[in-house]
Each structure stands twice: as structure tokens, then as C-alpha cells.
Design a protein around this ligand. Structure first.
Ligand code: SIN
Length: 563
């Protein structure tokens, strides 16, 4: 990596730029490091990513059994409600085992059957303990206890830190992608890297890269209640949109049905794997706790996630209760401690013993099924730009992601993307010379004296999204949301151009942009499908929009602050 200093701003040249440090980003970094220099930028610490919060695991058929592969494909297609791309689903499911073996070679340990249930012999050809979650017709989820995300994140960060071809730049926030949309250029739209802010000094550096891999994760912070970490602001989708990339299926935001309901739990997830081990959802009726999921789906508490989240939402509205309850008291404390060490300990901290008490739960925003539109290789509509992991939309998840398919997609598509990128021949920047790329210019912007604009709009967006664009929507609610977000967006844009950038302002602008995309895509879909449930349309109401992805594209050339 070559750096050229220009006052306090730097110009950095690299072969590959990876934005984000979750499973997708770090997998891409390690693969790309086999071909050249890699710069990974991440806006907080490397550990601050959505991957780390994955409890359930990686859905993957390790037995080599064709019928088992096909069952995984079929479960994915059923959950996806007609919008998955079957060839993409098959390719990702098939490539899974090799990627899992690679993770093992890198040092990841997945829980073995003998570590949880030593008395039960493992299934033929499979030494792993396999979990099950909503929508899965069989046990097929590899896991590392109930902290799979921590395991893969720790291992990959360690491998990246020791790799001489990888530079991991923490506390560096990507402000915008550099694309030919931003310079005087008549040819294809090409990504040339990104402007990146050092969050400690607020200097904005120009990173010029032959290939850019967006791996910025999800956007859960767009909703008031979410189990995502604070970094999940949809930065990648917002930047790609501004760079002219196509964005798909943003209306399909997945709500996880069971987040621990406790004032101090900070949206802690109770993994669906707990229901996979037999936990039953209940609602309070007077002094009793009664089951209800059998009224909504034949799989009861293990129905696909969209159905469970809506059912809980409906029960809470119907009964006026604050939360639903999970009952796994039929399992022994010994089993629960071995299978769910982290969840057990966390519940206990709040005075809940899973073996003897019911667990209070509510739904919260969890996973963005839409994102930057790509093929199975993470290829976007902007040349040299790849989107991988949660910020991408390959067609694997369709209208509703099957549980634990996300880590699978992250690790497989990151690998495919680097293979694709390294097979490209020809001039790396498509004829654009570095001199044609302007540095970031702050113009007449000054420090803001009204930070309240940021905090107010931040809160307002998250509240309006929760109230009007949540689990159950209607045309009237979407219309209200649209009017409000337009006003807020205008205010933020004005503020953005007048004042010097701060990390909070950059994130707020991205969050507002993603909120608007979700509202626009939801308003355009005139049907209920998968995660998008609109009271004005019964499922299958408008044959016109059935089976089609929604696509958003920024209409006009985007202006940046340039010299
Ligand atoms: C969970 O453990 O319930 C989350 C798994 C997932 O969202 O894939």
C-alpha cells in the first residue's frame, strides 16, 4: 500500500479496499490478500460488527447427502416467499461445506455432538452438534455454543492481523464511494475507491483501489427497537445508492421474534435455536400462560420468522400485554447450560433461570434482506464495486431470510467475489488516472452550533420507522412515513452541506437515506409478501407485482464536495 501525503490529508493506493470488518469483509480480505495488498477500513473497533451478534450459527449441510442439500434449498425457497433466485440458492448452499472447512482450517471451532449430548451418537458422516431454527425442516445449523459470531469474528480478526498483506484500519469511517459519477467521465460507472474519515482527527483521506468490497452489514438502527449493534446504520447501501448502484428489496426488513424484554438487557437476542430445542411461545391470559402459535402456522413456535413476529405483534395488540413468553422449562438446567451457555448466563443475570422461569420476549428489527443488488458473485451494477454479506442482495433470501443463512451467504459470496475480481483482466481503473480523482474538499463548511438537529432527527427517524413501517404496515402509515422522511431528509441535506462532517452526521445521513429507501420500496409493493405485510393488500392481491424484485436507483448525478 502506497501513501502520499497532501497536507494532513492522505492519498492511499491499494489493490483491494474492504469496507467493514464482519465475516464477509474479513473473508474477502483474507482471500484478496492472496492476490495483492488489502486495506480494511472499519468505523469502530474491528469487533464492532453484526457478525459478532450471530448466535444461531451457520446453516450448512456437511454430510454430503444430496437429499439433505435439496431440503436446505427448498426450505430457503419456501421462507423466501417466491422471491429467491433458485440458482443462487443452490450455488450458495452447495459451496457452504468447503467454506466451513476453510473456517475450521483458519481456527474456528464448531460445537461437536459429544460436547452437548454425549449419550446420543452423531448422525452418519456428521460429528457436529446441529441446531434447528424457524423454517428449517431438519437440524442443519453448525454453531459454536451460542456465540458463533464471536468465534468466527475473533478468529478472522486474528488471521487478518497476522497477514502481511492486510492492513486493518480501525476508527475509519467511509464517507462516500468514489465513482465516475462524481467526475467528468462519459464511460461506464466505475468505482475507484472511497473517501474515508479518520474519526479521531476528522481528516478525510482519498483511498484509490482497483477493487472495492462493500461489507458494511445491516441497518437495524433505522428502527427504534433492534438487536443490532450501534454501527448498523446502513452505510454501505446509502453510499452505493449515491454512487449510482441499483438497490433491491429494501422493503423486506426482518424482525426477530424473540428479544429479551428487560429494561437493562440492551436488546439481547434469545436465539431461535432455543425454540429449535423445543421452547414454546406463550401469551399471558389472566394468571395463565397459554400457547398461541398453533393458531398461526402448522410448525407452531418454529414457523418461519415473519409469521412468528407478526403473530406476536398481533397477540400483543389483541391482549394489551407488553411481551410474550418463551417456555423451555421441560429441559434440564444441565442441558441448557451446555447448549446455551451465553444466553443462560445472561438471563440469569436478570434473575431469569431458563430451566425454571418463563423468558419475556418481544420482536425487534434484526436483518435487512434487501441491499445493493448483486449477482451470486457480489457483482454490483457499478464496475469494480462488490457488495457482500448483509449489505448485498444476491437473491438468496428473497422476501424473507431463512434463519442462519446469513453467515453462510457472507462467507460463500465473499469468496466468490474475490475469485471474480481476481479473474478480471485489463486496465484496473478503466482508463481513469489518479490525477482525475479529486480530494475531499470541505469548502466553506464550519463546525455546527446546533448538534440537536442530529439527535432529534436520529430519534424521529427511528420512531417513525417503528410506528409506521414496522412489522405490520398500511398505505396510510406508509404515506405518513413518506411525508415525514422527505422533510427530515431535506433538513439533513441542508445541514450536511453547511457544516463540517462528523461521524454522527455521516451516519445520520445514511440512516435517513436507508429509511427513505425502505419506505419507497414498501410503498411501491402493492401486495403482502414475506416480510412485507400491508393491511391494505391480502396476500397475492396484485398479480402485477408478484414475483418481482423492487429496484431503486438514484435518479440524478450526485454532487460531492470537491476542490
Ligand atoms: C438466532 O440465533 O435466532 C439468529 C439467527 C439468525 O438470525 O440467522
Amino acid at each position: 500500500m502506497l501513501m502520499m501525503s497532501n497536507h494532513s490529508q492522505k492519498r492511499i493506493f491499494t489493490d483491494s479496499l474492504v469496507i467493514g470488518s464482519g465475516l464477509a469483509g474479513l473473508t474477502a480480505a483474507l482471500e484478496a490478500a492472496k492476490h495483492g495488498k488489502v486495506l480494511v477500513v472499519t468505523k469502530a473497533k474491528a469487533e464492532d460488527c453484526n457478525t459478532r451478534y450471530a448466535q444461531g450459527g451457520i446453516a450448512c449441510v456437511m454430510s454430503g447427502d444430496e437429499a439433505a442439500f435439496e431440503a436446505h434449498v427448498q426450505d430457503t425457497l419456501v421462507a423466501g416467499a417466491g422471491l429467491c433466485k433458485p440458482d443462487v440458492v443452490r450455488a450458495i448452499v452447495k459451496a457452504g461445506p468447503e467454506r466451513v472447512r476453510n473456517l475450521q482450517e483458519l481456527g474456528c471451532h464448531f460445537t461437536l455432538q459429544k460436547e452437548v449430548t454425549p449419550d446420543v451418537p452423531p448422525a452418519q458422516g456428521n460429528e457436529f452438534h446441529l441446531g434447528r431454527e424457524g423454517g428449517h425442516s431438519a437440524r442443519r445449523i453448525l454453531h459454536a455454543g451460542d456465540i458463533t459470531g464471536v468465534e468466527v469474528s475473533d478468529v478472522l480478526i486474528a488471521r487478518c492481523r497476522e497477514n502481511p498483506n492486510v492492513t486493518l484500519l480501525e476508527n475509519h469511517l467511509a464517507v462516500d464511494l468514489i465513482s465516475t459519477r462524481h467526475i467528468d467521465w462519459q464511460g461506464d460507472n466505475v468505482c475507484l475507491g472511497a473517501y474515508v474519515m479518520d474519526t479521531a482527527t476528522r481528516e478525510i483521506h482519498t483511498v484509490v483501489a482497483k477493487k472495492t468490497f462493500l461489507a458494511t452489514g445491516g441497518a437495524g438502527k433505522v428502527y427504534l427497537c433492534t438487536c443490532n449493534p450501534d454501527v448498523a446504520c446502513g452505510d454501505g447501501v446509502a453510499m452505493a445508492y449515491r454512487a449510482g448502484a441499483e438497490i433491491s428489496n429494501m422493503e423486506f426488513y426482518q424482525f426477530h421474534p424473540t428479544i429479551l424484554f428487560h429494561p437493562h438487557a440492551k436488546s439481547f437476542l434469545i436465539s431461535e435455536a432455543v425454540r429449535g430445542e423445543g421452547a414454546i411461545l406463550k401469551i399471558r391470559k389472566g394468571n395463565e400462560y397459554v400457547t398461541f402459535m398453533e393458531n398461526y402456522h402448522k410448525l407452531g413456535s418454529l414457523a418461519p420468522r415473519d409469521i412468528v413476529a407478526r403473530a406476536i405483534d398481533n397477540e400483543l395488540k389483541r391482549t394489551g400485554e407488553e411481551c410474550a413468553w418463551l417456555d423451555i422449562r421441560h429441559k434440564s438446567e444441565e442441558f441448557l447450560r451446555a447448549r446455551f451457555p451465553n444466553i443462560f448466563a445472561r438471563c440469569l443475570k436478570f434473575g431469569i433461570n431458563m430451566a425454571t422461569d418463563l423468558i419475556p420476549v418481544v420482536p425487534a428489527a434484526h436483518y435487512c434482506c434487501g441491499g445493493v443488488r448483486t449477482d451470486v458473485n457480489g457483482v454490483t451494477s457499478v464496475k469494480n464495486l462488490y457488495a457482500i454479506g448483509e449489505c448485498g442482495c444476491t437473491g438468496l433470501h428473497g422476501a424473507n431470510r431463512l434463519a442462519s443463512n446469513s453467515l453462510l451467504e457472507a462467507v460463500v459470496v465473499a469468496n466468490f467475489a474475490v475469485k471474480h475480481a481476481s479473474a478480471q483482466e485489463g486496465e484496473p481503473h478503466c482508463g481513469i488516472t489518479p490525477e482525475m480523482i479529486p480530494d475531499w474538499e470541505s469548502g466553506n463548511a464550519v463546525d455546527s452550533d446546533e448538534q440537536i438537529v442530529i439527535t432529534h432527527n436520529w430519534d424521529e427517524i427511528r420512531r417513525l420507522m417503528w410506528d409506521y413501517v414496522g412489522i405490520v404496515r398500511s398505505n396510510k402509515r406508509l404515506e405518513r412515513a413518506k411525508n415525514r422522511i422527505r422533510m427530515i431528509r431535506k433538513e439533513i441535506e441542508k445541514y450536511y452541506w453547511n457544516f463540517l462532517l462528523t461521524p454522527d452526521l455521516i451516519e445520520l445521513r445514511n440512516l435517513a437515506s436507508v429509511a427513505e429507501m425502505i419506505i419507497d420500496a414498501a410503498s411501491a409493493r402493492r401486495e403482502s409478501r414475506g416480510l412485507h405485510y400491508n393491511l391494505n393488500y391480502l396476500p397475492g392481491a396484485d398479480p402485477e407485482s408478484q414475483g418481482k424484485d423492487s429496484i431503486l436507483r438514484m435518479p440524478q448525478k450526485f454532487e460531492l464536495r470537491f476542490q
